[in-house]
Design a protein around this ligand. Sequence first.
Ligand code: APR
Length: 282
Amino acid sequence: MSLTSYQAAPPRGFRIAGPSNLGKLKPANLSRRSMNFPSSLIQNLRATGKIVALTGAGISAESGLATFRDAQTGLWSKFKPEELATADAFRRDPKLVSDWYAWRRDQALKAEPNAGHVALAEMEKRAPEFVLVTQNVDGLHRRAGSKRMVELHGNIHRFRCFENDCASDNFDIDQQRCRSCGGNLRPDVVWFGEMLPPDAIERAVAAAELCDVFFSIGTSSVVYPAADLWRRAKERGAVVIEINKDSTPLTPLADFSFLGKAGEILPALVEQIWIHESDNAH
Ligand code: APR
């Protein structure tokens, strides 16, 4: 499956069903302890076996990294994806593209994981089965301690030989050159129009189709195939929970939708599901 273009809206044929009124909460201004999650949701999560969490750029926003589509601050409001995030763009101007990714890599290295990343690492430790599927390439989930991860769109801290896909043990990172064939190195991320790593999309689809609860966190839900994973989960009976600052095409279709910051909602949720429970047990 390839990364579908930089659309701001779902593709043709994507049907938006009528709104569901389940669980539309706005906890953004509430303190952690006073956030009220529906008790049915808390019970469900305590009892649940398999959880999948899909994340997007929004989870790293509180670490100071720009999202892609936020109107004023998103990367695609300032830069053109067709000039920076396609193989054609790299062929035309490898230095421009490499410099842009070097700048983003630097931003990612300077950033620290935030409470949302940490809460997901905690969820992995406490849930019986947990898989994190991320569209992010910034490496912050791993730095927060997540281990069972699928990086759908690659990782900005790794490189690939652009010309011949040579083995990575002979790269000159400083010169951005492959020593085996002399070709340019490119970032190991998925550009628009490119296929996702087959192993990554297979693992993500399998996890989505088997899970009991599917979280969609900090993603605009417009870039495919990631934007379709929640639907696969729901078709197999999973409860779908969205945590996002703004409404997305998923919002009216999710079983629960929490409009607010991931770095505030996720820690509160993890605390109420697992930490309160173990407090009460003592
Ligand atoms: N907490 C939760 N959600 C947030 C926060 C926050 N603190 N800040 C922003 N958001 C939300 C925005 O409202 C938006 O809906 O995160 C979402 C980010 O959406 P995008 O910028 O479109 O990022 P993403 O969904 O990850 O993009 C998918 O597009 O350009 C490609 O390959 C790139 O992986 C990326 C893909």
